[in-house]
Every structure is written in structure tokens, then in C-alpha cells.
Design a protein around this ligand. Structure first.
Ligand SMILES: Nc1ncnc2c1ncn2[C@@H]1O[C@H](COP(=O)(O)OP(=O)(O)OP(=O)(O)O)[C@@H](O)[C@H]1O
Length: 214
């Protein structure tokens, strides 16, 4: 799905964080938001995902203005179309790895719910095979990041918004995550990342540079 910001401005407190920013993120591509720390990469990602209200401008999904979606419509948009991997990864520490991927448990939460084959495939792809029953709290920061990606692969949403996908990873895992994001995009999914990582930038199809608003 095509997701766009057109001339959006965002103020947080008295500070202008984004000023008339426009970007088009296309399916089949990895779009990278780059720029100095504090330039608004995360903010723009949040705006595209309707997580943050904007003061001016519009967000479009496949050419349709979705800026003023109400709570119900936003929830539907998140459920049907978007996966987020944000800075805390959204992992539930007290739940198992498997639950964190499928977000489903069977009756009384005793067994793994959801589609087992897809669950195992997504864990396999992210290097977490065999760890489905472990508590997520036992995972390292980098493993949690990959677990969040496993959840996104499992959900297979049209749009994947990722804040700093490779930030806490070693070189091998960085490449693993980059290749998975590219593979995801190649299946006509829209992948948008905010990043400082030269390898991630080099692997992206479209680079969108943010500057401090003047
Ligand atoms: N909830 C908030 N309250 C106050 N200021 C905020 C808030 N969220 C973001 N900001 C400010 O907005 C600006 C842009 O932040 P943002 O996180 O989008 O930048 P970034 O480009 O992603 O930075 P980094 O590369 O360090 O992650 C920063 O100056 C930040 O302090």
C-alpha cells in the first residue's frame, strides 16, 4: 500500500518538530528516513502510522486521506494494515516468545495459539528457532528486536514501520535483519525505517533526508 505524508507540520509543546514535510512510501520498497538526531525521523514514522496527531497537512493511504480517521478507523488501520517495531520493540516480557509472535494463546493461555507453522517459520527466519516456549524477559535486547520482527513477519501486514531496525544488533544480525526487511518489501509490502546505520541506508531503495526545521 502507498502511504504518504503531504506537507505535514508537527509541533510538540512550543517546538516545531516537522515543518511541511512530504514523503511518499511505496510498496515493494524500503524507504529510509535519515538525518541528524532530533531531526524528526521517529516523529514522521509515528505520523505515518497515525500514532501522533499532526497540526497541518495530511496522511494518505493509497491516495485516500486518512488524517482524520476516528478511533475505530485508526484501530482498524492498525489491525489490518500496519506492523510497528518501535523503540521499546513492544515486547511483553512476562509472556512467551511464541505469544509475542502470534499474540494469541489457546484456552487458559496454556498452549501456543495461532498458526503454528507460520510461527515456526517466522522464528526460524529471525534466528529464534526452538525458543518459542521461553519467557521473552530472558531475551537480550537484540533478540527482542528480532522477536518484534518475527511478529511483523507473522502478521504479514501491508505496511511495516520500523524505528532503528538495526540499532542494538551485531554485524551478523544487522545483515540478517536488513535482508529480512528487503525480502519483506519485495513481496509488495511497504517498509519504512528510521536509521543512522550506513548498511541499512545502503540497502534501502529510497532515502528521505530530514533536516531541522528552520
Ligand atoms: N513526546 C515528546 N515530548 C517532547 N519533545 C519531543 C517528544 N517527542 C519528540 N520530541 C522532540 O522532537 C524532536 C524530534 O524527535 P525524533 O525522535 O523524531 O527525532 P529523531 O530524528 O528520530 O532522532 P534520533 O535519531 O535521535 O532517534 C526532538 O527534538 C525531540 O526532543
Amino acid at each position: 500500500m502507498l502511504i504518504e505524508a503531504r506537507n505535514i507540520s508537527v509541533k510538540i509543546g512550543t517546538r516545531t518538530v516537522l515543518k511541511e514535510e512530504s514523503v511518499t512510501c511505496k510498496p515493494g520498497m524500503v524507504t529510509a528516513f535519515i538525518g541528524p538526531s532530533g531531526a524528526g525521523k521517529t516523529t514522521l514514522l509515528h505520523c505515518l502510522g497515525l500514532l501522533l496527531p499532526i497540526d497541518k497537512g495530511s496522511i494518505y493511504l493509497n491516495g485516500m486521506d486518512i488524517t482524520n480517521y476516528n478511533t475505530f478507523q485508526r484501530r482498524q488501520f492498525w489491525q489490518k494494515h500496519v506492523s510497528f517495531i518501535l523503540q521499546d520493540y513492544g515486547i511483553m516480557d512476562e509472556e512467551s516468545v511464541a505469544f509475542n509472535v502470534t499474540m494469541k494463546s489457546s484456552l487458559f493461555g496454556k498452549r501456543i495459539g495461532g498458526n503454528k507453522e507460520r510461527l515456526l517459520q517466522s522464528l526460524d527466519q529471525t534466528g529464534l528457532k526452538g525458543r518459542e516456549s521461553e519467557l521473552a524477559s530472558y531475551l537480550s535486547g537484540g533478540e527482542k528486536q528480532r522477536l518484534a520482527l518475527a511478529r511483523a513477519i507473522y502478521k504479514d501486514a501491508n505496511i511495516l514501520l520500523v524505528d532503528e531496525p538495526t540499532a542494538s544488533l551485531d554485524k551478523d544480525n544487522r545483515q540478517l535483519v536488513i535482508q529480512l526487511l528487503k525480502k519483506f518489501a519485495r513481496r509488495d509490502r511497504t517498509v519504512v525505517v528510521s536509521t543512522h546505520d550506513a548498511e541499512m541506508i545502503a540497502a534501502s531503495d529510497v532515502i528521505h533526508e530530514l533536516k531541522f526545521p528552520t
